[in-house]
Design a protein around this ligand. Sequence first.
Ligand SMILES: Cc1ncc(COP(=O)(O)O)c(C=O)c1O
Length: 405
Amino acid sequence: MSTVTATRFSRSAERLAEIKPSPIRAIFDRAAALEASGEKVYHFEIGRPDFDTPQVAKDATSAALARGEVHYGPNAGTPELRRAISGYLQDRRGTTYDPVSEVIVTIGANEAVFLALMAFCGPGDEVIVPVPAWAHYESCIRLAGATPIPVRLDAANDFRLDIEAISAAITENTRMVILCTPNNPTGGVATRQEIEALAAVLEPTDALLMSDEIYADLVYGDVKHESPAGVGSLRERTLVIGGFAKAFAMDGWRLGWLAGPRELITPALRVRQYTTVCAPTFLQPGATAALNHAGPDAEMMRGEFEQRRAAGLALLQDIPGVKVSQPDGAFYFYLTYSPDVAEPAEQLALRLLDEHNVAVVPGTAFDPQGGTHSIRISYACHIEDLTEGLRRIVQTLTATTAKGA
Ligand SMILES: Cc1ncc(COP(=O)(O)O)c(C=O)c1O
């Protein structure tokens, strides 16, 4: 990575002090350099589908461009897309949101997370994040000036939600709890009982719940995604995050949503009015078409991921000293290994890339303290690449005697 020299102009704002560059970036940049030199790289570091966007979405956006839909739109999104999101949440998750006042179309799920944190969390507020977790939460919490409170989940318990630990972490300063189900990076899916137990813990508090459901459509076997907003009385304190990137292979479109009760959506919309103003106008008909008509495409992709998951698990199970839980959702394997098996994850990730052309993400990207001997492998890639790359990982983990551990 290039180094940046400080100048008298480069003093950044205090709020950036604890925001570190992403550890994923180091792997990503190195993988890109290797690829640029003509090497084949097995990309397991990227959390995005390898499929193309459904044609119906592309056609609708081409038509919108042809019609000249190139100007500013409503702050909260086009009425058609908000209606489609509301209808989809009703059909798929059984939750009811008024498309006029309870849904904002965002620039990716990323912006939905940012709006929620900026609208409700600030200095003195604590936000509980079960870890391992998607690293953006911590950085966005800090950007908002609030304090992340990590609650470490146990690998031995398949990283299941630990309601007692969450309960113990709650203080009078707790402003929000973040739940990501299905989970990035573990693939865990919260059960209705777990969500009910969380609801009971939150009941006496004023804490909000951010429910990141971006992987909701990617669940496997007979596992069912439960939206916390549909459990007990949680709806009134829950901000639901969703998007198009994962299930519809539309990550580059940068579209998502924030849904919640009107009282919570109104302040979030105020942040939006002074930041990004609105999502790109001509992309929204494409997203509307995806929700209304691309269900079969999404189901085809989900089916492919399910097959890859089975193929990958068959290769990864039964490696001595390595634990991989069956991921019920999303498209990641999260491997945890004993220090006898290999060096710490950041070094292992570099060695896998440098010696075997396999790019993975070290667990420290998801939990700096607890993820030192874990790696995340995305299986959103072609099955032949998946099996060859996994074969190389298995070979490395079975051949290694602790180096620098
Ligand atoms: C858990 C989680 N939430 C949100 C996002 C952001 O999605 P988007 O690309 O829609 O901004 C990601 C992307 O990787 C994610 O893994």
